[in-house]
Ligand binder design. Structure first.
Ligand code: ARG
Length: 282
């Protein structure tokens, strides 16, 4: 079953990363074990003496600009406040751009288009609460992880679904091409999975009784449940994940610079500040 394989992958990755941070770096803020509130840039970069200023030349799609691709319907990572895109990813990207001496420009698109936009040189970096997966690593690079995520299950308050196993044979809504989509399709079969372009469209379908559950990242799930009456999140988690920025395989210079910037932001406590601003510990 994919779910098991995936959890093994993330656990191995997490172990490898903590080993890396463990050797030589005293900066890692692993004091909080709360899955999606702890900022921990896990990498060798954190222990190297590289500052973003002295790294090799960084090239971007548009000179002087860091173009970020995202899908801005994913609170608290990215969402609209009026006409402005705000949230954890927007702030982290702004802080990275600042360190690199670049001006941040955010492009909103379907989640499904982000990796292609990076590959085809329409954007430099994708920040979208995007999970590091082996499949995605075939086509793009990921920066060091800047946050952890959880795939959660939303059901209606009076639902008879209590565990992950109860999802078998039910209609499950997901956001197209997300890990929720990929793993639900793998575990329960495509006949039972309804794909929506936006997470909130899936939640709306649940509210309208068209589907039985939504599998989505935990923080957006919390926002959606708060915004819609009659919904709840199952206590059981579906999967644990690492979020990172995706960058073209052809732009190693930017990858190194972003990792160095993330390491500095982690060391300065900025990363944790940004997470704490948007994620209220339960
Ligand atoms: N973490 C999930 C994934 O990487 C969902 C991300 C969706 N992000 C968004 N901005 N809509 O597949």
């Amino acid at each position: 079953m994919k779910l098991k394989r995936f959890l093994t992958f993330t656990m191995t990755a997490a172990l490898g990363l903590s080993l890396l941070t463990g050797c030589g770096s005293s900066s890692s803020s692993s004091s909080s074990s709360d899955a999606d509130t702890s900022a921990e840039v896990s990498s060798e970069a954190a222990s190297e003496d590289t500052s973003s200023e002295d790294s090799e030349e960084v090239t971007t799609v548009s000179e002087g600009v860091l173009t970020m691709a995202t899908n801005a319907y994913f609170p608290p990572y990215e969402y609209y406040e009026g006409s402005e895109i705000v949230g954890i990813d927007a702030e982290i990207a702004a802080a990275i751009a600042d360190k690199l001496g670049l001006e941040l420009q955010i492009e909103d698109m379907e989640f499904d288009s982000i990796i292609t936009a990076i590959q085809t040189g329409k954007a430099d970096i994708g920040l979208a609460g995007m999970t590091v997966t082996e499949e995605r690593l075939q086509s793009i690079n990921f920066s060091d992880s800047y946050a952890t995520g959880i795939q959660s299950v939303i059901v209606s308050e009076d639902s008879d679904i209590e565990t992950i196993d109860d999802l078998a044979g039910k209609k499950i809504g997901v956001q197209l091409s997300t890990t929720g989509d990929i793993y639900a399709t793998d575990d329960f079969g495509s006949d039972y999975v309804e794909q929506y372009n936006k997470g909130n469209d899936a939640v709306l379908a649940l509210v309208q009784g068209k589907i039985d559950a939504v599998i989505i990242d935990n923080q957006p799930a919390i926002s959606y449940v708060a915004a819609n009456e009659g919904l709840k999140i199952l206590d059981t988690q579906y999967a644990e994940e690492e979020y990172a920025a995706c960058i073209s395989k052809d732009n190693e210079g930017l990858l190194d610079a972003v990792n160095a910037a993330l390491a500095e932001l982690e060391e300065e406590g900025t990363l944790q500040e940004i997470l704490d601003k948007y994620i209220v510990a339960e």
